[in-house]
Design a protein around this ligand. Structure first.
Ligand code: NAD
Length: 377
């Protein structure tokens, strides 16, 4: 089975889908791996590193795509590259399917089996292939580092002969994978950390990291069967904003990570809440790519609102491309390995498997994912 990994073409993207350590693993299980020449250069891997791990190198991208039984890449493909693929071949990458109707329909009409890695269920068995978690975790780390860099304060308390410096106050809104890592990173740097999430189960996790959970009574909230937050009513959002205003006003750094599966991110920090913050404070809006949690945040910009800086940097995991690629590549290899048939040495999934049912968007020339069909009409 020929598995092809392509160089990423999205401007500014430094992460690579497959690193030599994963090539080695896949080759040892019997796969033929061919990578596009130069695939690893943004992460300091040479073509020789890939050759030594057992891959062949090819520079003709079109030939690579059209000969593949499976194409691996990081981000969704340019639509014109789908027609180059063999019917029945697999395409495995991030797809952003709910925002890519045309692309999904193209995959179906081309008879390509398209896997959307962000749709892999958040189950224990699928944790090893969960790109949302592996990348969000690094994103949470980067958010804190960016905020610290823009601050003119320091995070830790320091008691010195010259006097005592107070610790910075950090408030994290949304405590999923990114939020937990942001709490852990801010704590490691010595900040005083508070956090809030609409899912009450999170309180224990926040406390176990040594942070304080901000309690706001919103009435019934909860989570879906997959662990995602349920959307709040407009009245609940207002209650939340009122409850959080004080924590925001007191904070030197606010990091927002609130997301809703398959929907735009909730708008929870209003312009009025930003106005109440001290000049010099920093907000990082980690949900900016799905619409943003903070009024006034702009994608890939740092906006100054009365001295409060709102950082709307996209692709935070891309700032630490080497560990992000290491994690993504391991997730890919684990995904392939999970469905690998050792005898025929092929990727041979059962289509009724819960993981495949979750992440396979197109199958046999049709749209297959029930979740996709329920959200995109
Ligand atoms: P996410 O990126 O979808 O959302 C981030 C956080 O924002 C969530 O904690 C969510 O509750 C919160 N949020 C939503 N609306 C909010 C609001 N108005 N105010 C404050 N917070 C708000 O979350 P995620 O990191 O992808 O995690 C989603 C779920 O999946 C969690 O339950 C997580 O524990 C679970 N998970 C499970 C596994 C596993 O078992 N394998 C792996 C990873 C994540």
């Amino acid at each position: 089975m020929k598995i092809v990994a392509l160089k990423e073409t999205f401007p500014g993207e430094k992460r690579v889908p497959l690193i030599p350590a994963s090539v080695d693993k896949l080759v040892k299980s019997g796969a033929e791996i061919v990578v596009e020449s130069g695939i690893g250069e943004t992460c300091r891997f040479t073509d020789d590193d890939y050759k030594n791990a057992g891959a062949s190198i090819e520079s003709d991208r079109q030939a690579l795509i059209s000969s593949a039984d499976m194409v691996l890449r990081l981000l969704k493909p340019p639509i014109e590259e789908i027609d180059l693929m063999k019917k029945g071949a697999y395409h495995v990458s991030y797809l952003d399917p709910f925002n890519e109707k045309e692309l999904v329909e193209k995959f179906a009409s081309a008879g390509v089996e398209a896997v959307s890695l962000e749709m892999i269920p958040r189950s224990t068995i699928a944790q090893k292939m969960d790109v949302l978690s592996s990348q969000a975790n690094l994103g949470g780390y980067v958010a804190v580092i960016l905020a610290a860099e823009k601050q003119d304060l320091i995070f830790p308390m320091m008691t010195t002969p010259s006097g005592t410096i107070k610790p910075a106050r950090v408030f994290i809104i949304g405590v999923g994978v990114a939020g937990l890592q942001a709490i852990a990173t801010a704590k490691r740097l010595g900040a005083r950390v508070e956090a809030f999430d609409t899912r009450p189960v999170v309180e224990e996790q926040v406390k176990s990291l040594g942070a304080k959970f901000v309690k706001i009574d919103l009435g019934e909230t909860g989570q879906t069967k997959d662990g995602y937050a349920k959307a709040l009513t407009p009245e609940q959002i207002k209650l939340q904003q009122a409850g959080m205003a004080k924590a925001c006003a007191m904070a030197d750094v606010v990091i927002t990570t609130a997301q809703l599966f398959g929907r735009p991110a909730p708008r929870i920090v209003t312009a009025e809440m930003v106005r109440q913050m001290r000049p010099g404070s920093v907000i990082v809006d980690m949900a900016i790519e799905s619409g943003g949690n903070v009024e006034g945040a702009e994608l890939n910009k740092t906006v100054d609102v009365g001295g409060v800086l709102i950082i709307g940097m996209g692709n935070l995991p891309g700032h630490v491309a080497i560990p992000a690629s290491q994690m993504y590549s391991a997730n890919l290899a684990n995904f392939i390995g999970h469905f690998w048939d050792k005898e025929s040495k092929t990727f041979n999934p059962k289509f009724e498997d819960e993981i495949m049912k979750g992440c396979l968007i197109t199958h046999n020339g049709r749209i297959y994912s029930e979740t996709y069909k329920s959200i995109v009409k």
